[in-house]
Design a protein around this ligand. Sequence first.
Ligand code: GLN
Length: 225
Amino acid sequence: MLTIALIYPELLGTYGDGGNAMVLAERARRRGFESEIVDVGIADEVPDAAIYLLGGGEDGPQRLGADLLRASSFAARVRDGIFVFAVCAGLQLLGTSFCVEGDDEYEGLGLVDATTARGETRSVGELVVRVDGRALAGFENHGGRTTLGGDVEALGVVEVGRGNNGVVDGFRTPAIWATYAHGPVLAMNPWFADKVLGRALGRELEPLVTVADQLYEERVAALAR
Ligand code: GLN
């Protein structure tokens, strides 16, 4: 059973990133793997799972989410090997610190050597990132400027939009992959959904052709124009 734990959807659900859980569950089901989505609410214990999903959210809920996760077993479980895929606010709170409105600095979970400062302007619009030679397309809406520690690999190189800093987007450590891209990004990028799913299942996956592939190709072609 592939357990997909969606962390605090009531705090980190503003941008529809819960759809990433549905995409993983459906792509697993179509390949014959049983899966379940567990919504982890703010009053719940963080459960055992194959993958934790963190989504985007506004500054206040993001701070609360960080505080609640710090008081939970989340970080210990991630260090024990549970894989994490995080988007935007989720990305920011996994780092060592992040700034929200008013430039107040908050402690992150410190699972990744990354700090997020507040930019002068918000980054709002299309985001396209080159990841392993392919385009990852989504949209961004955030005020962060994220700096990675020297040992931390970015997820990819920005082609359109800002991501972390206008140059690279997200990060990828053995345990945690993160991006600024909403969409939901796994719905918009089926090839990348399968990378995340393969990592969560711990195996290479056979290709799965769906209408999402055609929509992806059309979107990438339109963005390249
Ligand atoms: N609150 C964060 C910011 O504005 C994250 C926003 C988001 O998740 N889209 O930077």
